[in-house]
Design a binder for this molecule. Structure first.
Ligand SMILES: *[C@@H]1O[C@H](CO)[C@@H](O)[C@H](O)[C@H]1NC(C)=O
Ligand SMILES: *[C@@H]1O[C@H](CO)[C@@H](O)[C@H](O)[C@H]1NC(C)=O
Length: 626
């Protein structure tokens, strides 16, 4: 790769040094060393990003993978279920997939392809194969079904679906509509009896494993779309966040910023269809040239044995997974492992502390970032509870601020001139990131309205533009950043965002439910909020628990199902005809406090059962697991 003699690079470095000196004076503190390390890392990575932006031909994460293959073809890239796949082997396999798809699906540079695959090595080499053809991949969440699944095609414009045989049932359900829309379906299996589904395994096996010409992806540049990653939004259906190559690079630098090296062994137990697993874990692993241990799904009981077996040195988490690890029975050898860094987000301070007590001296690197956002933080100082630290270099390059926010009205508070007001230190505010050339906001594919909703205008000056993260944060006097809550209609449960209107749509499809107001409620000892819905019944109908249960389990992934229902005589609305939630959320699900009939989704009885005091106390004491 040639280096451009680009002045802006040196200018950036010079500005960086000036800011560093400034930061020295401003932040001389117990965290000075951590700040310096982080600032130097930010500068190095910022320099590389600028280099990639200007270098021709464009150097993508795929080129980085190919360089790793040249450097160490026989080094293990992925350990999976007892088998090791080397860098060279994954490269050759991706060549075969690319060639098979090139012929069978007649893919051309720029065609989007939807991947509907579980966490397994084929996910990685199928994506690499598509990258070699210059095709963006849409990473479908393998838990979604029916209407949501179909919707994912219309937003990214994919005309080709590559699916795993184990997800064939879900494909079959939507197949007639896919065929109507001219979407061709390929299955990674040797045979398939369904009409309209092409089995691909034999074609891949027969294809040549010779490298593909870079000419096939000659038009790809730093601002082109690399991926679509789905996030659930307030409109109900998933939104496809457009992930450019620039964003792929920025996210894959997270590992470097946290201090991992090529000698590390990185354990991925999060889904590859999310940005955490795919970008930070897998793409970051490629950027470092390290070895990944890939897991089909997270398992608390196997976690440390896996780490010991593979000498794992870096792990990834979401808040809930750390708690699951802390909930496992104590064992003798718990500190006997080589894990030195944990990268993730959403852990509560008490869990964090217990985790360190139980499992030893692990550096927890808590991140804050949205897939589609233009701002993120890393907690590089290991300050418990903080998601990050205000770092002057970072803020210089990616300007952001917190603004005062009215929770009840769900909008920023504005002054008499119509501008937003910055939150005070210690005050919770809405995080907004300035939209600039350097920190662009690309938005959602095929959804102008949703994209526009995430933009805020006239924030600090007339005419400026900010990305609205929808997250409430708080800064403290020592420059630490704390995450507080998500605004509005989306809540989080088990690490997944639940879009309340999507759940409401499913509930009201049952004949007995007229209206549904879905929200999340806190349960003692759990992160996030569990799903609950206040419903009104259709006139003349009684509550049909079996039908509602059937509806919910057929169309919603487990984390999105409302575990509690509250039947109300009528729905309380706001002045602007939005359903009132705040009071319902506060009232929770205690049968002692609520007069309305309450129901509980009981997975063992496979229906909604009346929520009696015994059930409530069994949940409170942890006897019933949620
Ligand atoms: C893990 O490390 C130990 C000691 O450093 C070594 O003996 C062992 O072979 C390693 N295991 C693997 C799977 O690399
Ligand atoms: C930052 O890391 C430290 C130490 O690892 C931790 O104690 C602190 O809670 C973290 N902050 C957040 C917000 O996670």
């Amino acid at each position: 790769m040639r280096l451009p003699a680009d002045m802006s690079v040196w200018l950036t470095a010079a500005v960086g040094l000036a800011v560093l000196a400034y930061a020295y004076i401003r932040t001389f503190s117990p965290y000075f060393f951590d700040d310096c390390v982080s600032i130097l890392r930010s500068l190095t990575l910022g320099y590389r990003l600028i280099k990639y932006k200007t270098c021709k031909p464009f150097y993508s994460i795929l080129d980085c993978f190919l360089d790793a293959v040249r450097r160490h073809p026989s080094k293990v890239f992925i350990h999976f279920e007892g088998r090791a796949y080397s860098y060279g082997e994954v490269d050759r396999q991706s060549n075969k997939v690319a060639r098979a798809l090139q012929v069978e699906a007649r893919l051309r540079e720029g065609d989007s392809v939807a991947l509907f695959l579980p966490n397994e090595p084929s996910f990685v080499w199928t994506w690499l194969g598509l990258a070699k053809l210059g095709c963006p991949a849409a990473l479908l969440n393998f838990n979604i079904r029916s209407k949501s699944l179909l919707h994912c095609f219309s937003c990214c414009g994919a005309k080709v679906l590559v699916a795993s045989p184990e997800l064939l049932d879900a494909v079959e359900e939507v197949l007639p509509t896919l065929r109507e829309q001219g979407i061709r379906v390929f299955l990674l299996s040797g045979s398939c009896s369904l009409e309209g589904v092409t089995p691909l395994a034999d074609k891949i096996a027969e294809a040549s494993d010779k490298p593909l010409s870079p000419e096939l992806r000659a038009k790809v540049h730093i601002r082109s779309t690399a991926l679509y990653i789905y996030t659930s939004g307030t409109t109900g259906l998933p939104k496809a966040a457009v992930v450019t190559h620039e964003r792929v690079w920025a996210a894959s630098f997270v590992q470097a910023a946290c201090g991992t090296t090529a000698a590390d062994i990185f354990y991925i137990n999060l889904p590859l269809y999310h940005s955490a697993g795919f970008l930070i874990g897998m793409a970051g692993g490629i950027e470092r040239g390290l070895t990944l241990v890939l897991k089909r799904k997270f398992s608390a009981s196997q976690f440390w044995d896996d780490c010991r077996k593979h000498n794992v040195t870096v792990m990834q988490y979401i808040g809930e997974t750390l708690r699951y690890l802390c909930n496992t029975p104590k064992k003798e050898n718990e500190k006997n492992h080589k894990v030195r860094i944990a990268i993730g987000n959403g852990v509560r301070s008490d869990v964090w502390t217990e985790f360190l007590n139980r499992f030893g001296n692990i550096k927890v690197r808590e991140l804050y970032a949205a897939t589609e956002g233009n701002i993120g933080f890393i907690n590089y100082t290991s300050k418990i509870g903080a998601v990050g630290r205000i770092n002057f270099v970072h803020r210089f390059f990616f300007p952001y601020t917190l603004i005062k926010f009215d929770i009840e009205k769900e909008e920023p508070i504005r002054n008499s001139e119509g501008l937003c007001i910055e939150a005070d230190i210690g005050e919770t505010g809405l995080l907004v990131g300035k939209i600039t050339h350097r920190s662009p906001f690309v938005g959602y594919a095929g959804n102008k309205q949703q994209t526009e909703k995430k933009r805020l205008y006239d924030v600090l000056k007339k005419g400026d533009q900010y990305f609205n993260t929808g997250d409430l944060l708080c800064f403290d006097h020592d420059n630490f950043v704390y995450f507080q809550d998500r605004v509005g209609d989306t809540f989080r449960w088990k690490g997944e965002n639940v879009a309340t209107s999507e759940v409401a749509d499913i509930l009201t499809a049952s004949h007995c439910i007229s209206e549904a107001n879905v929200y999340g409620v806190k349960v003692e000892g759990h992160e996030g909020r569990i799903g609950m819905a206040a419903i009104t019944l259709t006139e003349g109908e009684v509550f049909d628990s079996a039908d509602v249960y059937k509806q919910v389990v057929s169309y919603l992934p487990a984390y999105a199902r409302p575990r509690f229902l509250r039947i109300q005589p009528s729905m309380e609305m706001t002045g602007t005809f939005k359903m009132k939630k705040v009071k319902l959320v506060e009232e929770g699900f205690s049968p002692a406090l609520i007069e309305d009939p309450l129901y509980f989704l009981d997975p063992e009885q496979k229906t909604y059962v009346p929520l009696k005091e015994e059930i409530y106390s069994a949940i409170a004491s942890g006897k019933i697991k949620l």
